[in-house]
Each structure stands twice: as C-alpha cells, then as structure tokens.
Design a binder for this molecule. Sequence first.
Ligand code: ZN
Length: 151
Amino acid sequence: MALREIRTNDDSILRKKSKSVEQVNDRIRMILDDMVETLHNTPNGGALAANQVGVLRRLVVIDLGEGVKKLINPVIVSSQGEQFEPEACLSFPGLWGRVRRPQSVVVKALDENGCETEIHASDFMAKCLCHEIDHLDGIVFIDKAEELMED
Ligand code: ZN
C-alpha cells in the first residue's frame, strides 16, 4: 500500500467527471487500499473519492468509525427527506459550509470483489455518501454550500 497525495483547492482534477470501473481487478483493489491508507493517515478524514488522490475512476472509501466501506461505481437509487448540516472536505482544508442533502439514501455499488451491494444510510452516513458521489461527478461541496465559513 502507498500513501497518495490529496489534491486540494483549485486542482482541476477535482472538477472532472470520473469514469466507471469496467472490471474489478487487483489494480482497482490496490487503488482502494491506497485510498484507505491515505484516509487513515489524514486527521479528521471520514471519506475519500478517487479523484481526490488523482485517479479518475468511480471509487469511494468511507470510514466513519464503524468499519471501512469500499465502493465501486456507487449510485444513489433513492433518497428521502432533507438535512442541512455542516460539511467539510479534505480537498478544501479550513472551509466549512451547510449543505442540503437527503436525510436518507439507498446506494447501490460493487464491493471490492465485484459483488453488488446495497447500502441503506441516514443522517451523517447519508450526507457522506452524497458528498462523495458528487466528487465522482466533479461536484464539490463548496458549489452547494450555504453559509460557507473559514476555520
Ligand atoms: Zn470531499
């Protein structure tokens, strides 16, 4: 495994749409492992999308303290309700803002073995999934945030 540099601020890769993963292979698993290692080496890190470490593939890792989730080609298939909570992003150090997100979502993805998985999430995890899936489309939270603030 290897640490990867987290891209920040006006790095243009943060604005690019990532490509779907066609085949879940050892190379994809290696990138996911690098993303997890990078996440665990970053203070306050809860999740990362692959383009944040320079890879334009639809990969997300999440660890909110309840175990690591590795998601390939994640898609929101349904959502309900609304929340309006503070968000931050490892790619925008020092910035905070409140973003309107669904209160709960159902996400379909492939796991690292290429098997279909479905996640039912609410509150913090739902917000996190929406934030990361936005990254895969080149959308960052400062685009959507109201009341953007600096630390
Ligand atoms: Zn982010």
